[in-house]
Design a protein around this ligand. Structure first.
Ligand SMILES: [Zn+2]
Length: 449
């Protein structure tokens, strides 16, 4: 099997028509399961006047109500504790608890059965195999093993593939780097923020060049960075390794992956998930390539707490080209482009924090960190961008280039503050670099994978 480039050659190259048939069949199964076993789902669908017998085609699915995150929070007040009546199995069958970080509100609790957990690691096996993980790899996982799902399933999938897994849990960053060096680890998984942090600590605090370590591939998740070309380039150059993107979430599962052909986007695992892209303004489902919308997703095989037409708020778009790797799973261009919550109007123009990141990290002479604050001191919106100058670089050398690029990529003007290297906060897991002070809360991605 190690000769194949696919983890599951049958599913990953299934002709599109057959893939659609499979998705419909699996959807009917999970929809019936949820309708029959969860009071929450039964209530939701009865109120909308729709039942499993009504679903005869993929188009029929669009009539099914979406599930919002707030609904998942509300049902947690009902029995059985602590999950509520979205649960489809007896409580004693639940074998693991996870939760979202609750950065956008009360956390959502996620039950999985042992079967669900095997499904998690199977989904991750698609990811790791496509990114070149093989049994000879020694995989280092520098994350806190805790109540957040993060890279837990990546850990189990790596074991399932036959890799040797090193759990770098409670170690600090320097100890992790030393362990990677000592064991000659060949792969690791972390958020883009933490990958850049590790590179910085190795270089500036330990005098170790990250590229001298033996890491040859890195799987990123949790933030869009690995889908932002300039950020990806910084990580790849620092470690002399291939960096791959992946996106998933606690309530959904591990639904996407970049393959070793690096198509500048991610495949959707369409054998395990149904992804629909919804036009934010009209609510229509977008079929064509190149048009952004928010993702509505169904996990086709997750049983304990099903994820059916979940309104993820991730902004994505279909790529018009199939990937050269031969997988029939469609590619979303540029990965997850942003969050519907994050993409905000400033001075009447749509602003995506990812576009600012792309500019900042494409300019030599600027550090990896930055911060964006949107406020309204009088009647007019203002965007303050804080960046760090690398040692020995003067503001006059790059200010013009930075302003031009920002204007070009975002159509907006900025108040730019240049700070000394190391002035901005460093984040261990997920960064909070975008603050919209015009809103009560500033939003950023949930803890997930
Ligand atoms: Zn591919």
């Amino acid at each position: 099997m190690t000769d194949s480039q696919y983890w599951n050659p049958l599913l990953e190259t299934l002709p599109r028509e057959k893939l659609k048939q499979l998705q419909l069949k699996k959807f009917q199964r999970i929809f019936t399961w949820a309708y029959d076993h969860s009071k929450f789902h039964r209530r939701l669908y009865d109120d909308a006047g729709i039942c499993p017998g009504d679903i005869h085609s993929l188009a029929d699915i669009r009539n099914i109500p979406k599930v919002e995150k707030s609904m998942m929070r509300d049902i947690q007040n009902k029995d059985p504790f602590p999950y509520g009546d979205g649960l489809c199995v007896p409580l004693e069958e639940v074998s693991v608890f996870r939760q979202t970080s609750g950065t956008t509100g009360q956390p959502v609790y996620q039950p999985d059965t042992w079967q669900d957990w095997e499904w998690w690691s199977e989904c991750w096996s698609f990811i790791l195999w496509a990114q070149g993980y093989r049994p000879k790899d020694r995989v280092f996982l520098p994350f806190g093993y805790n109540i957040f799902v993060a890279f837990w399933a990546g850990h189990y999938a790596a074991e399932k593939l036959g890799c040797e897994v090193v759990p770098g849990g409670v170690l600090d960053t320097q100890a992790r780097i030393l362990k990677i060096q000592e064991l000659k680890a060949t792969a690791m998984m972390a958020t883009p923020t933490y990958i850049l942090r590790m590179a910085e600590v190795a270089k500036h605090k330990m005098g170790i060049h990250p590229a001298s370590l033996s890491i040859d591939k890195i799987t990123c998740a949790g933030e869009p960075g690995a889908g932002i070309p300039a950020t990806k380039k910084r990580m790849e150059e620092a470690f002399g390794a291939k960096v791959y993107d992946h996106s998933g979430a606690t309530e959904i599962g591990a639904w996407s992956y970049e393959c070793s052909h690096q198509p500048l986007g991610m495949h959707v695992n369409e054998a395990m998930f149904l992804v629909e892209i919804e036009d934010v303004e009209t609510g229509e489902i977008i079929e064509e390539a190149g048009k952004q919308g928010k993702m509505v997703i169904t996990a086709l095989d997750r049983m304990a707490q099903p994820c059916i037409r979940f309104d993820s708020k991730d902004v994505i778009e279909w790529d018009k080209n199939p990937c050269t790797c031969g997988r029939s799973f469609r590619v979303i261009r540029g990965g997850v482009i942003g969050r519907a919550d994050d993409i905000t109007k400033v001075k009447g123009v749509l602003l995506s924090p990812a576009a600012i990141e792309e500019v900042v990290r494409s300019i030599d002479g600027l550090g990896d960190e930055y911060e964006v604050v949107v406020d309204r001191p009088g009647d007019v919106d203002r965007i303050v961008l804080k960046v760090e100058l690398l040692t020995g670089v003067s503001k006059s050398e790059i200010e013009g280039q930075l302003r031009d690029q920002l204007r070009l990529k975002t159509n907006l003007g900025y108040a730019i503050e240049f700070l000394g290297y190391g002035s901005l906060p460093r984040y261990k897991l997920k960064a909070k670099r975008f603050k919209d002070l015009r809103k009560k809360h500033s939003f950023h991605r949930e803890e997930g994978v």
